[in-house]
Design a protein around this ligand. Sequence first.
Ligand SMILES: [Zn+2]
Length: 468
Amino acid sequence: MDKKFAEKYERIKKRYKPVIPYSEKLNEEEEKLNELLKKIIKEADSLYSVNDPYGIIEWKDDEDIHPKLYDFCYRLPKGGDLHAHDNTMIPLDKFTDIIIEYAMISLSGNTKGNLYTVFSADLPADAIKISEAIEKGILSREKLMDMLVISDDKEENGYWHRLEQLFSATGDFYNDIYIMEKIWEEGFRSCCEKGIILVEVRDWGSEDDLMNIIRDNTIREAYYRVRREYPDFLVRLIGCSGKDSENSVESSCETLRSMIRVSRIVKDEFDPEDPQDFIIGLDLGNEEDNSRPLSLYAQFLMSEEVRNSSLKLYLHCGESLRRENDSVVDAYIMDSYRVGHAMNLYRFPDLMKEYAKRKTAIEVCLMSNYRLGYVRDLRMHPALQYMISGIPISLCSDDGLFMTRAPMVDDFYSAIVCWDLNLGDIKALCRNSIIYSGLSDKEISRLMDAWQRQWNSFVSKQIKALES
Ligand SMILES: [Zn+2]
């Protein structure tokens, strides 16, 4: 190619670069880490064939994982997990430890695989203590974990069907506040170990104020215990009800009404001198393609009763690939402060601009979206487009227990490899999860200071680790 032609050609070509999402400015030390990171991302990416869809970090298969990048993701100060569900934020290995100690299991008939507490009213005749079954060699820890995972080869009836099955298999537990307290405590502790400083938990409520108060007080106790070990750690709850046919519209609204009342009673009083709101918002969940449309709840969610309650909306919406699902529009009209998923927002280009203008943050749950079949190659996940369009996003775990072995670690690993993120993007994602949290301005500023301290120490340590 002659030199003049080549120069002109390159000049034209340079106008059309792939956009790096929304990098934060980096200081000298961060730039150094960024250079080292680029190298390991390239190595990690080369472990995948370009023609294979980039899927998920599989449970038993480590060979595709770059150990240094994985360690980077584990230690990364992630900020907040803004979309975790109360009973499923604990990772599977910790959950398994608890059920081996406390649960019984049925190993035959149509209750096969279901877990029970010793006090269960529905205990089947063949139920046996899990620890005893393992001792007798009828069951192994591995097999037990395998039973609790959604995987491609087991889901003839669809992923959501399998998820519902897992919820019902573990359902008996959710009524046992003693075991749940352990599950919540270990779930919170595991967040802290993975560099998560804030969790905003979808708290599945009922119409009964007393039940809600008992559950939320117990979650709070578990949180206080972990906060004594990790003083910067914060937990907030988002009161949640369902849109599926099990609840009438009225009863779901009643549940949210109860959560409003309870929010006035149960506060975060870890620092008695400076009590804070513990319940910060409202939401409605369930599989959207098989549930009532969000618009049926609009009148209640936009009522004075909700508006005057000081609780913001954090609505699940657009967890669907279908064109007729327009809940991303409903959430916009209802002025949802943040939204969960918004997978199909890409079908509404005008609305995307409004989300960007209003800075409505999207809680993006990569492992969950993959596991539930919404996206088969995470390199094609629409959230990358949302980032490029100026919509704030943060990475979240959703129902981490059933999705992947290290919720949030695997989500970050996949995002970094699939979207080819640089350190500035990663920093922005972590900061977003504090900036767009439901905390008060004062709490955000305190938490951001704590995060910055963690980040500075992380940057120096990672430079050493990656140079070695
Ligand atoms: Zn969710």
